[in-house]
Design a protein around this ligand. Structure first.
Ligand code: ASP
Length: 302
């Protein structure tokens, strides 16, 4: 399994990277220009916040919201569906100061990342299962009916997988990592999981330390790939731990983690931004939708 590195950028006063998931791409990609445009829009939304001195946390939520709203990616609208044809959404947000929030199996939040942020900001908790319409309304988080999340493509995919008795397949997920002008980092990740997963299955995305992690002393990380492998590797936290305790560089830390996941048969990738504002994208899958700011210029990869 070969690991792909996109040219790292930085260090810069503020930094931002986004991803639209590793693997499960239609080949050739339908409408690559629209993918580029949507990733660029996510970068631009985050960049506007960072450039005016806004917090990394706001920037990653703004970027992820753009990708959740797009039916192109596996999160919120257009999410992969479970065996029962229902979208069960997971999301998490972590700020480098050590606070975090996540939702699991969300059915009602139009933007699960905003529900995750509400868990962080408005509750004493870290993780909540499927906040109700009433709870979301109380937090001021917009809701959407079940049909909003469904797309014909995903319904077709799950029907085909079911008919062929395929194991849960494909992956996607969206995420963003940022460092702001004040030196704080944040990571946000949102997913529909994998097509044809059992209802109730939870991947790495909402689990702090597995798919999402941020620490102002080291790095912010957002992962995508075969979630079970990323959970077993406690992948995002392991990148942080290698930097913190082994004094590994960002690249060394990411390389060791993805090598370990690859050796165990896992596939996927991650985006990371360190405390100096270096951004990095790496994956061992065939491809990964992603983008980053290079000297303030959005660069996208489809
Ligand atoms: N990691 C996600 C999950 O396992 C899927 C993905 O990123 O492709 O739920």
């Amino acid at each position: 399994m070969t690991t792909t590195w996109l040219p790292a950028s930085g260090p810069t006063p503020f930094a931002l990277a986004v991803h639209g998931g590793a693997g499960a791409r239609p080949e050739p990609v339908r409408d690559p220009e629209l993918h580029h445009r949507t990733l660029r829009e996510a970068l631009t939304r985050g960049q506007q916040i960072l450039a005016r001195g806004g917090p990394a946390s706001d920037a990653v939520c703004a970027a992820v919201t753009v990708l959740e709203d797009s039916p192109l990616f596996n999160a919120a609208r257009g999410a992969a569906l479970a065996t029962d044809g229902v979208a069960e959404l997971d999301a998490a947000l972590m700020e480098g100061a050590g606070v975090c929030g996540g939702v699991i199996g969300s059915h009602h939040a139009r933007n699960p990342i905003l529900a995750a942020r509400a868990v962080l900001a408005q509750t004493p908790h870290v993780l909540m299962v499927d906040p109700s319409v009433e709870v979301l309304a109380g937090w001021g988080v917009q809701t959407a009916p079940a049909e909003y999340f469904l797309t014909e493509r995903r319904l077709r995919e799950v029907e085909e997988a079911r008919a062929a008795h395929l194991a849960p397949t494909g992956h996607g997920t969206v995420g963003a990592v940022a460092r702001d002008l004040h030196g704080a980092v944040a990571a946000a990740t949102s997913t529909g999981g994998v097509t044809n997963q059992l209802p109730g299955r939870v991947g790495d995305t909402p689990l702090i330390g597995a798919g999402t992690f941020a620490d102002n002393e080291t790095v912010a990380v957002s992962c995508t790939g075969t979630g079970e492998h990323f959970i077993r590797a406690v992948a995002a936290h392991d990148v942080h731990a290698r930097m913190k305790y082994l004094d590994a560089s960002l690249r060394e830390a990411v390389e060791a983690v993805l090598d370990g996941i690859g050796a165990a048969g896992g596939e996927g990738g991650l985006i990371a931004v360190d405390r100096q504002g270096n951004a990095l994208v790496s994956f061992n899958s065939n491809e990964m939708f992603c983008g980053y700011l290079d000297d303030g210029e959005p660069v996208t990869h489809v």
